[in-house]
Write a protein that binds this ligand. Structure first.
Ligand code: PGA
Length: 251
């Protein structure tokens, strides 16, 4: 039985003070939901304060990106060593916004996945097709390529630690959610790609989250699908009360 993992992705929203206030509010709202793992992906500048705010709660704090080197002349970047040092044990990698606006490739994302794992940080590897790719029948091809690229050359033990987030790009921030059946079909196909790469033990244990306009109204139905193991939630994670409803659905 796979547990559900519900992660918020705040993207580039909130100041440090607002972030801390949201964690403080969320802590008590979700305290009773013990069956679900809760993660908040926040901007790097507030990670340290959020880790402190979340102490003693069941909220884990995640970065939204990192570089694949430990240290050095890489102006503006943050490293896995820095994340570990402040108690951050998760990182979102390969989000479609990073691929689209910052030119991140599968090969580069793979380097980051390997760097995260080498430091004991759990990567949340994002994959997903664009609208024109879905419409031209390339959904499975694109997701397969991104999973294979992002998880290339991992050992089975490493692969077991990766969380995959399937986020159809056309559903992100658009209010257009994939139907539960549509999402389930792609989740199942992604699990088969993992099976092909790493075998059944890894594939059957891999958490595959759905992302793309998941909200308080649709979360329960999506997470009821057999291959949907949680969510990566953008807009609906910004407000603690709304996000708590999504977490409850995962519980
Ligand atoms: P959304 O974003 O929930 O606002 O669609 C999801 C994501 O990009 O992770």
């Amino acid at each position: 039985m796979r547990k559900k993992i519900v992660a918020g992705n705040w993207k580039m929203n909130k100041t440090n003070c607002e972030g801390v206030a949201t964690i403080n509010e969320l802590k008590s709202l979700i305290a009773e939901y013990k069956e679900v793992e809760v993660i908040i992906g926040a901007p790097a500048i507030m990670l340290s304060d959020l880790v402190k705010a979340a102490e003693g709660s069941n909220i884990k704090i995640s970065a939204q990106n990192m570089y694949n080197k430990d240290s050095g002349a890489f102006t503006g970047e943050i490293s896995p060593v820095m994340l570990k040092a402040i108690g951050v044990n998760h990182v979102i990698l390969g989000h479609s916004e990073r691929r689209e606006y910052f030119g991140e490739t599968d090969a580069f994302i793979n380097e980051k996945v390997k760097a995260a794992l080498a430091h004991g940080i759990t990567p949340i590897l994002c994959v997903g097709e664009k609208l024109e790719e879905r419409e031209s029948g390339k959904t499975l091809e694109v997701n397969s390529r991104q999973v294979k690229g992002g998880m290339a050359s991992l050992t089975e033990d490493e692969a077991k630690k990766v969380i995959i987030a399937y986020e159809p790009v056309w559903a992100i921030g658009t209010g257009k959610t994939a139907t539960p059946e549509m999402a389930q079909e792609t989740h199942k196909a992604i699990r088969e790609v993992v099976r092909e790469m790493f075998g059944s033990e890894v594939a059957d244990g891999t958490i595959i989250q759905y992302g793309g306009s998941m909200n308080a109204a649709n979360a329960a139905e999506l997470m009821a699908q057999p291959d949907i193991d949680g969510g990566l939630v953008g807009g609906a994670s910004l407000d603690a009360k709304t996000f708590a409803v999504v977490v409850k659905a995962g519980n």
